[in-house]
Design a protein around this ligand. Structure first.
Ligand SMILES: C[C@@]1(CC(=O)O)c2cc3[nH]c(cc4nc(cc5[nH]c(cc(n2)[C@H]1CCC(=O)O)[C@@](C)(CC(=O)O)[C@@H]5CCC(=O)O)C(CC(=O)O)=C4CCC(=O)O)c(CCC(=O)O)c3CC(=O)O
Ligand SMILES: NC(=O)C1=CN([C@@H]2O[C@H](COP(=O)(O)OP(=O)(O)OC[C@H]3O[C@@H](n4cnc5c(N)ncnc54)[C@H](O)[C@@H]3O)[C@@H](O)[C@H]2O)C=CC1
Length: 283
């Protein structure tokens, strides 16, 4: 829910699902490369219309690295060109140093209601890009709604600094837990749906991100057996015993590995003791 004091004057913050859809990018310069980067994250297919003569180095790298995901049409965009139909796309992005062409592409898209962003004409955009922080399924967008793009990038760095780095892994594991829970307790809505949501929320609130991130596949099953089936939230220590989440699991899985750790610890103690004696004898 919004906690802002006034309502209005903003834009809709949504996570647009583009997987398997088609995006047209016109212009493969510096901003075009940035657009390719953003769209690749969505698993959409990209058609890039831009003469190869002035492609940015990053654009060339993307074309080389993802030939199946980006189709390069090595030609200038021109209206009346039958090889490019803006109506065939789910989204159109212009990143051109030709303001007039950019405007005409936006107008063509508007007529047929294809969502469009023009990097050089904010007032005609259907949506803006923003600063992005990504860690696996975690996606944070920082938008200043067109007021200060560079400030958005700087705030992005602050947000990055405020994260622990454990969020992405925790979310992957929570996603796996939710999927298994839905298999056990299928259906939408109703009492079961409410119970499922309450239980998931309690687990997320009780377990730390680190603990959630440590949930192995077997632990997920055990958490559902001991927790969901008994309508309780087990303590992490109860579930993570044999997994990578517990002390014994954290890289110390086998007896061999354990003895190696003990040996290196002992070696460290001996070395420190010898070093201390040498230091004392020299005083
Ligand atoms: C409206 C918007 C439309 C859109 O692009 O969707 C737009 C428009 C314009 N940007 C311009 C300039 C700059 N843009 C950047 C950088 C970014 N611009 C991005 C988004 C947006 N830029 C949308 C609003 C986002 C918001 O307000 O939150 C970011 C966040 C995301 C991204 O592009 O992916 C990305 C940082 C990503 C990162 O680093 O993480 C820098 C700094 C730099 O390059 O380091 C500068 C120079 C300094 C400055 O102006 O701040 C100009 C030319 C102005 C002129 O001619 O003077 C226009 C056109 C105009 O304003 O007329
Ligand atoms: N939204 C944003 O974040 C920002 C927007 N801008 C604006 O974005 C625009 C693009 O900036 P840059 O990428 O830095 O410019 P750039 O000069 O690096 O790239 C422009 C690209 O457009 C291509 N192009 C030109 N005419 C074409 C045509 N008819 N058909 C297909 N491709 C064509 C060029 O070959 C080139 O690859 C500028 O107008 C600039 O004002 C600039 C900085 C940030």
């Amino acid at each position: 829910m919004s906690d802002q004091k006034t309502i209005g004057g903003g834009s809709l913050l949504i996570a647009w699902q583009l997987k398997g859809k088609r995006v047209l990018i016109v212009g493969g310069g510096e901003v075009g490369a940035q657009r390719i980067d953003s769209i690749l994250a969505t698993d959409a297919h990209i058609d890039l219309v831009s003469p190869s003569a002035r492609l940015h180095t990053r654009t060339k790298q993307f074309l080389g690295a993802y030939p199946a995901r980006i189709t390069h049409l090595d030609q200038p965009f021109a209206f009346g060109d039958s090889s490019i139909d803006v109506g065939a796309y789910d989204m159109v992005l212009t990143a051109l140093d030709d303001n007039d062409l950019s405007r005409r592409i936006v107008e063509a898209c508007r007529v047929i209601r294809v969502p469009v962003n023009a990097a050089d004409i904010p007032e005609l955009c259907d949506f803006y890009f923003g600063g992005q922080v990504r860690d696996g399924p975690l996606q944070i967008m920082i938008s200043t709604n067109g007021n200060g793009p560079r400030i958005a990038a700087l705030i992005k760095d602050r947000v990055k600094g405020a994260l622990s780095g454990k969020e992405g892994e925790a979310l992957v594991r929570v996603g796996a837990l939710r999927a298994k829970l839905k298999e056990r307790a299928p259906g939408v809505g109703g009492e079961l749906g409410k119970k499922r949501m309450r239980w998931m929320s309690r687990v997320c609130e009780t377990w730390s991100l680190e603990e959630l991130g440590s949930l192995g596949d077997e632990d997920v099953g055990m958490l559902l057996d001991e927790g969901w089936e008994r309508n309780r939230v087990p303590a992490p220590a109860e579930i993570l015993k044999g997994s990578k989440g517990s002390f014994w699991g954290k890289g110390v899985k086998s007896a061999g590995a354990l003895s190696a750790s003990v040996v290196s610890f002992m070696a460290g103690v001996v070395f420190a003791r010898v070093a201390f004696s040498v230091y004392q004898s020299r005083r």
